[in-house]
Design a protein. Structure first.
Length: 143
């Protein structure tokens, strides 16, 4: 009797390996579709949708469901991703331009801007960029 259980399709080993294979296929689909970086928001949303369908045992094929989710989300996801990306890029450019603007407009800035920017500005601008990206893409840890 024990040997017959090994070959059942619904034994625990086959169930786990099927799920691992499905996750690997979903990861591969996400990676390939995210190669054009501007599509990363749409593909991530589609991957989350397919993962939720897998968890609820209502998936009808990983690649088919992933492609269907991308097509459904593409119209709204792409403009939103591009808008957030451009907004973050503009804020980061303003942060980097701040010491140059200060040096160009304030005559006494030559004395203190380089020192203050070297001590505080680099870390503060890195923190601000990280904060903006986390806020824009809702990457804050949930309490």
């Amino acid at each position: 009797m024990m040997a017959g259980g090994i070959f059942r399709q619904d034994n625990p080993y086959n169930t786990v390996m099927n799920r691992v294979g499905d996750i690997a296929m979903l990861s591969l689909a996400w990676f390939v579709c995210s190669l054009p970086v501007v599509t990363i928001g749409v593909t991530t949303a589609a991957a989350c949708e397919v993962a939720r369908e897998m968890q609820e045992d209502r998936d009808n094929g990983i690649f088919k469901g992933f492609w269907r989710a991308i097509k459904r989300r593409f119209g709204t996801g792409m403009p939103l991703t591009l808008f957030l990306g451009v907004l973050i890029a503009l804020v980061v450019a303003a942060i980097y331009a701040l010491p140059i603007v200060l040096l160009a407009t304030l005559p006494s800035a030559v004395m203190w801007v380089p020192l203050v920017w070297c001590i505080f500005g680099g870390g503060a601008s890195a923190w601000a960029q990280r904060w903006l990206i986390r806020r824009a893409f809702d990457l804050q840890p949930q309490d």
